[in-house]
Structures are given as C-alpha cells and as structure tokens.
Design a protein around this ligand. Structure first.
Ligand SMILES: CC(C)(COP(=O)(O)OP(=O)(O)OC[C@H]1O[C@@H](n2cnc3c(N)ncnc32)[C@H](O)[C@@H]1OP(=O)(O)O)[C@@H](O)C(=O)NCCC(=O)NCCS
Length: 159
C-alpha cells in the first residue's frame, strides 16, 4: 500500500483528537500521568487518496522522547514501522538520548512490533493499570485477546 508521512499540522488537530478519544478519553495515561496527546507533535500517514492510515504522537522532555500514541489503521503494511522511524529521526534531531514508550501487557501486536524494531524492555510496572484507572475510569479490565489488562511494559531504545 502506498502512503506518505507528514508532520501533524494545525488543521489536523480535530481529527487527531478524535483518534485519541478512540482510546477512551481526551488524554492518555502513561506512568501515572495524563498526557493530552492531541496537543503533541507527531506524524500522519496518508494513502495516495489522502485518507489517514496512521498516526503517531510523541513528547520530548529533556533528552528523552516518549512515543505517546501509535496507530496503524492498516496493519502489516509497514506504516507502524515508518511512523516509529520518523519519531526516532525527530528525537535524534532534537538531541534526545533515549526513545521510550509504554504499552500494556495485553498488547501483543505492540510488544511484537517494538521488539522487532529494536526496542528492549526497560521495566514492567506490575499492576500499574489500577492507578491508571483512577485517572481514566474508561480503561477496561479486559484487553486484547481477552487478556486481563493490568501491567505497563516500558520499552526503550538508546539513541
Ligand atoms: C502496533 C502497530 C502500530 C504495528 O503497526 P503495523 O503497521 O501493523 O506494523 P508494521 O506493518 O510496520 O510491521 C508489522 C510487520 O509487517 C511487515 N511488513 C512491512 N511492510 C509490509 C508490506 N508492505 N506488506 C506486508 N508486510 C509488511 C513488517 O515486516 C513487520 O513484520 P516484522 O515485525 O516481522 O518485521 C499496530 O498493530 C497498531 O496500530 N496497533 C493498534 C494500536 C496500538 O496498540 N498501538 C501501540 C500502542 S503502544
């Protein structure tokens, strides 16, 4: 599938917010912190017809860059890989020394994806979702593949 990747622009913001809301609220919870991902920098992948087929948002704090959300709406086409590579490039250009992210124990596609793209597990935050649910009650008890949703897995890649 052919697509192009461009940075998020101001007139993309309403659409980005819709995607973020697809995860249950206007914000994402990572490491016990609400992150309003629709306000962050990121990249959108679009098909040749102009339809969005992927979105990544990221946040740079000091010399660390967190991938906050990553969505490939068409899976196994290379979109997730390309979006991740774009964030890595932006992080390097900003002088970051570490690229990291949080995913959850049920997200087998993401766990596969990040390990195949060179990330390693930096930590497993056992039962972290209990605290996340206090901030975001819409987080369900059961995740993908009917796996109980309870732990945060922190992946990292030194830059
Ligand atoms: C995790 C996620 C982003 C991965 O994105 P993806 O676009 O499906 O991943 P990619 O296509 O880049 O890579 C998947 C595989 O497809 C293969 N692939 C790449 N281009 C391809 C092509 N043109 N045709 C067929 N396969 C291809 C890749 O080789 C890769 O295989 P590998 O990992 O064994 O090397 C995606 O599953 C997703 O959006 N999940 C839901 C949202 C989510 O959970 N996000 C993560 C939150 S932390």
């Amino acid at each position: 599938m052919a697509y192009t990747i461009k940075p998020i622009e101001p007139n993309d913001r309403d659409w980005v917010l819709e995607v973020i809301r697809g995860w249950g609220a206007d914000f994402i919870v990572s490491r016990g912190r609400k992150i309003y991902a629709a306000d962050l920098p990121g990249f959108i992948a679009r098909s040749v017809e102009g339809a969005p087929v992927g979105l990544v948002t990221y946040e740079i704090v000091g010399d660390q860059c967190e991938i906050v959300t990553l969505d490939a709406f068409e899976k196994f086409q290379g979109i997730g890989t390309d979006l991740t590579a774009h964030v890595k490039k932006a992080a390097l250009a900003a002088g970051c020394r570490r690229l990291w992210l949080i995913t959850t124990n049920d997200n087998l596609d993401a766990i596969r994806h990040y390990q195949r793209r060179g990330f390693t597990i930096a930590a497993v935050h056992v039962n972290a979702l209990a605290h996340s649910r206090e901030l975001k009650p819409s987080i369900s008890e059961i995740g993908s593949y009917n796996i109980p949703l309870r732990d945060e897995i922190e992946f990292e890649m030194p830059l």
